[in-house]
Design a protein around this ligand. Structure first.
Ligand SMILES: [Zn+2]
Length: 235
């Protein structure tokens, strides 16, 4: 088995390549987004690359499908000195012993004041509450500023909800409710907007069909680049 890659627009697609006694090229995309290619014994690396390029947009669609079920967030210890993300920027966590409880951004640091600095559960809880407060503001702003986009849609969004989700960035339910993962408050605003617009486009198309991607492209032409950024940052 050999590891190789192709460049497709701004996206690099990595794959593992194996040769097998078969007539056609086989491509599999796994839930961890890895790509496995099985090539006929007599094919050259260049021929394989050409064929994968033809299938590149299909591969990205498969990866996008799996992505929506796999936000990968690094484990945090909730101790001073480690970094935490907020709107795409890294902030160094600083725990401060205090009788009052407070979270604030100060001088490029994310400061958490609490009684017991060793109470990691409490630190996590305070941070989550702070993130949720920030999400209240930023998610709603983005939701409001993208309302016009759905003017031409038959179905309108019926509201925005958000919570911590383990398995996806967002969803759009049958009644037109848009759901966002609170984790997104850690990503740059344009990434939050990408997920929001992706879900709004599901009001029209409930699948990841060609028509869906055409609509997404129309309302968010840079989506591939932004999706790539989101994946890189949050992995
Ligand atoms: Zn989707």
């Amino acid at each position: 088995m050999k590891l190789d890659q192709i460049q497709y627009g701004t996206t690099q697609i990595n794959y593992s390549l194996e040769y097998a006694d078969r007539k056609t090229l086989g491509i599999k995309v796994h839930p961890d987004k890895s790509v496995q290619v099985l090539a006929p014994l007599d094919s050259t690396a260049d021929e394989v690359k050409k064929k994968i390029k033809v299938k590149a947009s299909w591969i990205l669609k498969q990866q996008d499908f799996f992505l929506s079920f796999q936000p990968l967030t690094p484990l945090r210890q909730f101790v001073s000195g480690e970094t935490h993300l907020y709107l795409g920027k890294q902030y160094v966590l600083k725990l401060i012993k205090s009788d009052s409880q407070e979270v604030k951004l100060h001088g490029g640091r994310l400061e958490v004041s609490l009684k017991d600095k060793d109470d990691k559960k409490k630190v996590e809880q305070l941070l989550k509450k702070w993130y949720k407060g920030k999400a209240d503001q930023h998610f709603n702003e983005l939701y409001q500023s993208n309302q016009l986009l759905t003017n031409s849609f038959k179905k309108k969004p019926t509201g925005l909800k958000y919570r911590w989700m383990a398995k996806r960035w967002g969803s759009c339910d049958k009644d037109g409710g848009i759901h966002l993962n609170l984790e997104l408050i850690k990503a740059p605003k344009k990434c939050i907007e990408y997920v929001l617009i992706h879900e709004l486009c599901h009001l029209v198309h409930h699948d990841h069909s060609k028509a869906f991607y055409e609509l997404l492209e129309k309302h968010y032409p840079n989506w591939k680049e932004t999706k790539y950024k989101l994946e890189k940052l949050m992995v």
